[in-house]
Design a protein around this ligand. Structure first.
Ligand code: NAI
Length: 387
């Protein structure tokens, strides 16, 4: 086991009252591989500095704006190793570009950017600069998702025929964006969020999860979007039919108005010889059903799991792991990928198969295709002769 000093983490966004920044802070701490040392935490400079002080940061490394963070950190001997971008979607591209141009590695929230143009430019920049750009597709951090991925690749269910993936949420079932909910306000503003409402916010997670586990590449899609809450400018429900290369089919549902679902991410993969099912509210279990066999529960922590799942497991079976550990696995993976690159060696399993800029670009391309499909006037809708 290699031991070395923790990597220095900077953060943009994620200040007082923000959602995902705190998850990044908790997750990055879990394995001692990162230490939060600098930040421009808020769009309001003063609030950001107050927040940094509450986090115990060196006041000299608490910045009013990300541009100040870049200018000051570049000149430091102990400069941050990477910066996490935890801001609304439309700011990801300018912030990431400025960081990469200044030579920093980046950990960026999904969707990678708010527009396809920006996603293409950012992926190109990441590739050409050689900087590390990790994307926090949370669900690819779960050990049992990796287990499913390994088993599908091993051929345990044969060729995949169909994939059902869904991400239903209920929190936007009413117009909370009009009642002061900050997160809902920018998510329903096309300029800040991008063109895809539910599909950009959570459909991107589902799309990544399905492709990650099956290894299938999307060939084409057709989509039907709906906005159920009056006055909302973006979709809050999306149904997407997908055709994968090689003939497999997929069905993706994302919804922000699915009452009764707090965070109901569910993946079902059906192959010629069996199926796998994974549900994020029971993340320690993978359900395997072989053709003409019995339903089997594969549990996290078991001795016979793959190296990929084991590398992402901290506690024995029966001591549940969940969301924070999955997010921490992404951070551990990013640290390992960055350190392996510094050491010019292959990363250990935890640093392999982490979501990168190209995965982020694919997610944004998916969203754009979904919205294009929905808006296309030649979308075939056939009314049956009897209804
Ligand atoms: P939020 O609205 O709760 O927080 C945004 C934060 O960014 C606030 O602190 C705000 O002051 C700050 N900010 C905005 N512009 C800034 C700037 N120019 N410089 C510095 N700080 C700035 O948003 P939330 O819900 O935390 O989402 C942030 C990002 O994380 C989004 O891209 C979202 O899609 C993603 N997200 C990802 C999740 C995951 O599972 N991976 C879950 C939730 C959100």
């Amino acid at each position: 086991m290699r031991t070395r000093r923790p990597l220095g983490l900077g953060m943009v966004g994620g200040g007082q009252g923000a959602y995902i920044g705190n998850i990044h802070r908790l997750a990055s701490r879990l394995d001692g591989k990162w230490r939060l040392v600098a930040g421009a935490f808020d769009v309001d400079p003063q609030r950001g500095r107050e927040f940094a002080s509450g986090e115990g940061l060196d006041p000299a490394r608490s910045y009013g704006a990300y541009q100040d963070l870049i200018t000051a950190e570049v000149g430091r001997e102990d400069k941050v190793d990477a910066v996490a971008i935890c801001t609304p979607n439309f700011t990801h591209y300018p912030i990431a570009k400025a960081l990469i141009d200044a030579g920093f590695d980046v950990i960026c929230e999904k969707p990678l950017t708010a527009t396809l143009e920006d996603a293409i430019a950012l992926e190109k920049l990441a590739r050409e600069s050689g900087r590390f750009v990790g994307v926090t597709y949370t669900y690819s951090g779960y050990p049992m998702v990796h287990e499913a991925r390994v088993r599908v690749a091993r051929g345990e269910i044969g060729a995949v025929r169909t994939v059902q993936v869904e991400y239903p949420l209920e929190w936007m079932a009413t117009a909370i964006e009009k009642t002061g909910n900050v997160q809902a306000a920018w998510r329903t503003d096309p300029k800040k969020n991008g063109r895809g409402g539910s599909v950009g916010d959570i459909g991107t997670h589902a799309y990544h999860l399905a492709g990650f586990v099956t290894g299938l590449k999307l060939e084409a899609l057709t989509a039907d979007l709906a906005t159920f809450v009056g006055g909302r400018a973006l979709d809050d429900n999306a149904h997407v039919m997908m055709r994968y290369e090689g003939g497999a089919r997929g069905l993706l549902w994302s919804s922000q108005v699915a009452v009764g679902n707090s965070n109901g991410v569910r993946l079902r993969v059906f192959g010629e010889k069996g199926s796998f099912q994974w549900f994020q509210e029971h993340p320690n279990e993978l359900v395997f059903t072989p053709l003409e066999g019995r339903v089997q529960l594969i549990k996290r922590g078991a001795d016979d799991l793959s190296a990929d799942a084991k590398a992402r497991t901290r506690t024995p079976p029966g001591h549940p792991e969940g969301y924070l550990e999955a997010f921490a696995n992404l951070y551990a993976g990013f640290a390992e990928a960055i350190q392996a690159r510094q050491d010019r060696r292959e990363p250990d399993p935890i640093g392999q198969n982490v979501p990168l800029a190209y995965d982020g670009l694919k997610g944004v391309a998916f969203v754009e295709a979904v919205v294009d499909s929905h808006e296309a006037s030649d979308q075939p809708w056939i009314r049956p002769v009897a209804v």
